[in-house]
Design a protein around this ligand. Structure first.
Ligand code: AMP
Length: 137
């Protein structure tokens, strides 16, 4: 599938629309999910333009997974998370809604997750979680 330059995460990367940022480096960006499946739900994306995991070259995958682990450690510390669900949906058939590859970090249990991308969270609450996570990086 061709990469859509107008997908919402491409716009976030170009800073055309805002996000609640948690972490950024040369290769990756982490920000709060606006429809979290649990408190602290954070997304990690590569800056490389790939639609799914299957399109992501090994180098960029490694860089992204390093950020995934870094942010996961900060979430664990900041929110005293006893467990973190790492979720990645590749393809519409899997339920992927944004066609720029991303990894969900959800401090919760697979048995108690809220429905996927179903309910907008309060921005102030998301910002408060982001500040806590940032402080633990
Ligand atoms: P997926 O269905 O795996 O592609 O996940 C896309 C995720 O992006 C969902 O969990 C949405 O809640 C989230 N999302 C959609 N738009 C935004 C946005 N503008 N900022 C942050 N998260 C978003």
């Amino acid at each position: 599938m061709a990469y859509d330059q107008n997908n919402i995460f491409a716009k976030i990367l170009r800073e055309e629309i805002p996000c609640i940022k948690v972490y950024e480096d040369e290769h990756t960006l982490a920000f709060m999910d606006i429809m979290p499946q649990a408190d602290g739900h954070t997304l990690v994306i590569p800056k490389y333009q790939a639609v799914t995991l299957l399109d992501l070259p090994a180098t960029e995958l490694t860089q992204t997974m390093q950020t995934v682990q870094k942010v996961a450690l900060a979430i664990e510390k900041a929110l005293d998370a006893k467990g973190i669900v790492l979720m990645q949906l590749s393809g519409e058939a899997a339920g992927q809604t944004v066609p720029h590859v991303h990894f969900h970090l959800i401090p919760s249990s697979i048995h108690t997750l809220k429905n996927h991308a179903s309910e907008m969270a309060d921005q102030a609450k998301l910002k408060a979680f982001a500040e806590k996570i940032k402080a633990s990086l």
